[in-house]
Design a protein around this ligand. Structure first.
Ligand SMILES: CC(C)(COP(=O)(O)OP(=O)(O)OC[C@H]1O[C@@H](n2cnc3c(N)ncnc32)[C@H](O)[C@@H]1OP(=O)(O)O)[C@@H](O)C(=O)NCCC(=O)NCCS
Length: 173
C-alpha cells in the first residue's frame, strides 16, 4: 500500500466530500468542509488528503479558531476536524498518519496548540489531553472527555482559560 499525505487540490474536492460522507455515514461533515473552504481563514496547506495508489482514502482538516479568554483577549489556536477514512481503508494506520503529518504541518505554520472534539479514546495516543486541565470550554456543550487539546510548545495553553469560538459554519452542521 503506497500511502501519500498531501495538501488538497481543487481536483480532490468531490472525493473529499465523498470520503467524509462515507466515513461518517451522513452528509454533514462533507458539507462543512465545502462551506469552510469558502471562509477566508481556510488554509489549503492544512486540508490534507491520504492518497493510496491515486485514490483519496482519507482526509483531515485543521481550521484556525480562537479561545476567548476571561480577560476578553483572544488566543489563536487551530481545530482538528473533521478527520475521515473510507470504511474499507480504516484500521490500517491512515487516520494516524493524517493526524501525525497534520500536527507537523500546523507546527511548521507556527501554531502552538491544536484542539479537537472527538473520540476520547482515539486522540490521547497523539498526546491530546482533556481541556479541563487548562479551563478551556467548548461552545457546544459536548461531554468533557471529548474536548481535548495538544500543546505544540510547552506551556502554550497556560492561562488559556476561556471558550473556543468556532466559525459559524461549524454551528450550522
Ligand atoms: C476515526 C478514524 C478517522 C480513524 O482512522 P483509521 O485509519 O481507522 O485509524 P488508524 O488505523 O490510524 O487507527 C485505528 C485505531 O483507531 C481506534 N479507533 C478507530 N475508530 C475509533 C473510534 N470511533 N473510537 C475510538 N477509537 C477508534 C482503534 O483503537 C483502532 O485501533 P485498533 O485497530 O487497534 O483497534 C476512522 O475510523 C473514521 O473515519 N471514522 C469515522 C469518522 C470519525 O469518527 N472521525 C473522527 C471524528 S472524532
Amino acid at each position: 500500500m503506497f500511502l501519500k499525505i498531501r495538501p488538497e487540490t481543487p481536483a480532490d474536492y468531490p472525493a473529499i466530500t465523498q470520503v467524509n460522507d462515507l466515513a461518517f455515514g451522513q452528509p454533514s461533515e462533507g458539507k462543512l468542509v465545502e462551506k469552510l473552504r469558502k471562509n477566508p481563514k481556510f488554509i489549503p496547506e492544512l486540508s490534507l488528503v491520504a492518497e493510496i495508489n491515486g485514490k483519496i482514502a482519507g482526509y483531515i482538516l485543521f481550521f484556525p479558531v480562537v479561545i476567548k479568554l476571561e480577560n476578553r483577549e483572544e488566543k489563536e489556536t487551530i481545530s482538528l476536524a473533521p478527520v475521515a477514512v473510507l470504511p474499507e481503508f480504516q484500521r490500517k494506520g491512515i487516520g494516524s498518519k493524517l493526524i501525525q503529518e497534520g500536527i507537523e504541518a500546523c507546527q511548521h505554520l507556527g501554531y502552538d496548540s491544536i484542539i479537537v472534539l472527538g473520540h476520547s479514546e482515539y486522540y490521547p495516543k497523539f498526546g491530546f489531553k482533556q481541556v479541563n486541565m487548562w479551563g478551556i470550554k467548548d461552545p457546544f456543550g459536548a461531554p468533557a472527555e471529548a474536548f481535548m487539546a495538544l500543546e505544540l510548545k510547552e506551556g502554550a495553553l497556560e492561562g488559556a482559560c476561556g471558550v473556543v469560538i468556532y466559525p459559524d459554519q461549524f454551528l450550522e452542521v
